[in-house]
Design a protein around this ligand. Structure first.
Ligand code: 2HA
Ligand code: ZN
Length: 270
């Protein structure tokens, strides 16, 4: 068996969690990540028949039964992931028709999967139905997006259109837009279900007064999605209180669509 800490997916997760912390997106134990792993690849590093412990997960995701995830732990700090991956991360397999998680590696201090496991797993189900190559769900607390939810209309079309107009790149990076949930209690199946429903139509879901969820094919793409939306929110907060003299028009957004071969969310442009 090869050393799991040398696996590319492990190195990439450690690098990403560290980078997210350094961006100020994951204070204290804020944020969580889950990555759908390839069973054959994990089999090079772990004995897939050796289950350390089994825990009920409090919801049912039969679509994910048998699937393996690398996931951050509840109460764990992103800033510490690089120093002790085996304590802060775990590899789990959903079992028993998606009602239990079998721990195959990690959470060495007796820890458990992220408190947002329902939102993560339900979002994986939603995104896999749209894109079978989706592997990553990421949650964090970027300051500008969070701040924006206090001063901007939470209507999804309006919120998306504002972000699209803040930087030219936004339309290319998230033409599917940003969905928005009102404030809800986090760590519950209810917010998990609501997030997953929003994930059916966009890869970014803002949790008002809390943070954001992103989904994508790999960690770089998902990080980049959140990074781009956060940059746009930062620009918005710099200009929102000033007299606006120029903007990106809908005609210009259509020009981006045509030139770069992207399609804006239906009905979001005039
Ligand atoms: O895991 O970010 O939403 C800590 C959180 C909860
Ligand atoms: Zn959070």
């Amino acid at each position: 068996m090869k050393d799991l800490l040398s696996a590319p997916f492990m190195a990439e997760l450690i690098r990403t969690a560290t980078n997210m912390y350094e961006h100020g997106w994951d204070e204290r134990n804020g944020g969580n990540i889950s990555v759908l792993l390839d069973e054959a690849e994990v089999g090079e590093y772990l004995d897939l028949n050796r289950v350390i412990r089994t825990v009920p997960i409090g919801f049912c995701a039969p679509e994910l039964s048998g699937k393996l995830f690398l996931v951050t732990g509840t109460g764990k700090y992103f800033k510490n992931v690089q120093y002790d991956p085996a304590k802060n991360l775990g590899v789990v397999r959903l079992a028993q028709n998606g009602t239990q998680a079998e721990l195959l590696w990690g959470f060495s201090d007796g820890g458990r999967v992220t408190s947002e496991f329902p939102a993560h797993m339900m979002s994986h189900v939603s995104r896999l139905a749209v894109d079978p190559k989706n592997r990553v769900v990421m949650h964090c607390h970027p300051s500008n997006l969070l701040a924006m939810t206090f001063v901007h209309d939470l209507d999804e079309r309006a919120f998306t259109r504002t972000l699209w107009r803040m930087c030219t790149e936004c339309m290319m990076v998230f033409p599917d837009g940003v969905n928005v949930l009102p404030w809800m209690l986090c760590g519950t199946n209810e917010i998990g279900l609501a997030t997953a429903k929003k994930m059916q139509t966009a890869r970014l879901v803002v949790w008002a007064q809390h943070g954001i969820y992103g989904a994508g094919r790999d960690l770089d793409e998902t990080f980049g999605l959140i990074e781009t939306a956060e940059k746009a929110a930062e620009v918005y907060l710099k200009i929102a209180h000033l007299p606006i003299k120029n903007t990106i028009t809908d005609a210009q957004l259509h020009a981006i669509e045509a030139h770069f071969g992207v399609t804006a969310r239906a009905g979001y442009l005039e």
